[in-house]
Design a protein. Structure first.
Length: 227
């Protein structure tokens, strides 16, 4: 529902020096029309468009949520690599771009929250760092570093699901990406090290949902404050 606010306070007629019944009638008519507009704007119908009638549950802010259903490998040791997202969980006024960026349709201050399922197939502890880029440029103070334990045994890696969040500004058309790097990169060809791990739905020995290698969401915080 689109709510019109294209009305302003009326120009009050200038009173005459002496009493004039027509002036009083005109003044009442102007005020009545204006208050009718106010009543319409703040009617229950209009308010329901904002709050759905219960606790603000009718308000929809820009947001996006996505995940990935593949193993992901860094390009090489100590090399920034974008996180991929191949499944759009939901969103509004955002666009998910293959393989790993999202575009904002509305400017604002946003918060990103993400979880990455790291695995370490190497026999020593290794580190991984994760941060945000907007339009290809690193966003200040958004890096988090994690240490993943050595594997449990050959073919049985150690796992660490990491979580982090950060707040940042976006303009209309800006692209945001999540990047990661590790000192020891595994490869699909068998090189041991750090990678992002996924697993499909499990039915045995117990039933559980799939494990995405990455999942995250971006939510609207506020308009960008004036400089």
């Amino acid at each position: 529902m689109t709510i019109s606010k294209n009305f302003i306070a009326p120009a009050i007629p200038v009173p005459p020096v002496e009493y004039d019944q027509k002036y009083g009638t005109d003044l009442i008519r102007v005020l009545r029309l204006y208050f009718n507009l106010l009543d319409n704007y703040f009617s229950s119908t209009v308010l329901d468009a904002f709050n759905g009638g219960v606790g603000g549950n009718g308000i929809t802010f820009p947001h996006i949520a996505a995940s990935d259903t593949t193993d992901q490998f860094a390009t090489a040791d100590n090399t920034p690599t974008p996180v991929n997202w191949n499944t759009l969980t939901g969103g509004y006024l955002w666009t998910l771009n293959a393989p790993g960026s999202a575009t904002a349709d509305v400017a604002g201050v946003y918060k990103i929250s993400y979880s990455l399922q790291f695995a370490n197939s190497d026999n020593v502890i290794n580190d991984a760092a994760v941060w945000i880029r907007v339009n290809g440029a690193n966003v200040a103070n958004t890096t988090t570093i994690f240490s993943i334990n050595a594997r449990k045994s050959i073919g049985n890696p150690a796992y660490l699901a990491i979580y982090a969040e950060a707040t940042f500004d976006m303009q209309v058309g800006d692209d945001v990406e999540l990047y990661w790097a590790t000192n020891k990169a595994a490869s699909s060809g068998g090189t041991t090290g750090i990678y992002l791990h996924h697993e499909p739905i499990q039915t045995s020995p117990y039933s559980r949902p799939a494990i995405p290698s990455a999942r995250g969401s971006i939510t609207y915080v506020s308009a960008i404050p004036p400089a």
